[in-house]
Structure formats: C-alpha cells, structure tokens
Design a protein around this ligand. Structure first.
Ligand code: FEO
Length: 170
C-alpha cells in the first residue's frame, strides 16, 4: 500500500493526463479543420503519449494494490484565433503538468515513499522533454512560418513525427 496522500495525487494525475490527451486532440482537430495535416499529426501523436501517461499512473496504482477511481474529463474550451495560439497554450499546459508532477514528487519525498519517487523519475525527465518540444514548436513557428511557403514546409516537418510507445514499462 502507498501513503494515501501520495496515492490520491497519483490517482488525480490520471485525470490530468487524460485531460492533456483531450486538449491535444482538440488542437489536432483545430489544425485538421485548417488543412494543416502536419500540425494535426504532431498533436495527434502528443495525444497518444498523454493517454499512455494516464495508463502508466493507472498501472502503478494497481501494482501497489491501490484502487483506481476515474473522474469526469473536462471538455477543452479554447477557441483559437491563429495557428500560433495552440502552440503557446501547449507550452503553458506542459508547465502546469510539470508543476503537478513535482507536487506528487514532493509529497512522496515528504512521506519517504522512495518507490514512488523512483517511478516519478521517468516523468520528471519526460516533462523536461515535453517542455522543450513545445518551446521548439513556438520558436520554429516564429522563425519559419511567416509566409505561406514557410508554413507549408514546417507543416511537412511536423508530419514526420511518429508515435512511439513509452520507454517506461510497468
Ligand atoms: Fe503527460 Fe505532456 O505530460
């Protein structure tokens, strides 16, 4: 059994990861509507990664004999005025997720839950990558997407992203 404060935070994180998946699917849908299939692809892959994150938290709880309680997933409510806005929102969202993971880590540390700290190490590193990728997208957009040809080429680059299952296996 886990410390119950830590278990509750881990359970809550499942909902945050599913909300992340929902948010990124919403962004993929937005870009699909705009015929930017590369941006759509990038966010669709991101959506799959977030679903995987939710599953890892689920499995970790089950592996520790904890009950998983699912909660309603909020609907994304953003309307985007331009192609750049979802990129900025994605970075802000990843910073929010990083803070949430850090908060669980802090609770685990406080409760001497070294097993959970070890489990979360993968997510601490992953969040660094997630923030970097989101920041790169904004920078590339600002550098290259100032005209239709540049936007077309960036869209083609983002089309190349492929889904890979997480390196963490429980
Ligand atoms: Fe599951 Fe993008 O953090």
């Amino acid at each position: 059994m886990l410390n119950q404060e830590v278990a509750k935070l881990l359970n809550d994180q499942i909902n945050k990861e599913f909300y992340s998946a929902y948010l990124y699917m919403d962004m993929a849908n937005y870009y699909a509507d705009q015929s930017l299939s590369g941006f759509e692809n990038w966010f669709f892959v991101q959506m799959q990664e977030e679903r995987d994150h939710a599953m890892l938290f689920r499995q970790y709880l089950l592996n520790n004999s904890e009950t998983v309680q699912l909660a309603a997933i909020s609907a994304p409510d953003k309307k985007y005025d331009n192609f750049r806005e979802p990129l900025v929102l994605a970075l802000e969202h990843e910073e929010f997720v990083t803070a949430s993971i850090n908060n669980i880590y802090e609770a685990a540390y406080k409760n001497k839950d070294f097993r959970t700290m070890q489990f979360l190490d993968w997510f601490i590193k992953e969040q660094g990558e997630e923030e970097k990728n989101a920041d790169d997208n904004i920078k590339k957009y600002d550098l290259f997407a100032g005209d239709p040809k540049g936007l077309y080429m960036l869209d083609n680059e983002l089309k190349a992203r492929i889904y890979a299952a997480p390196s963490l296996v429980l």
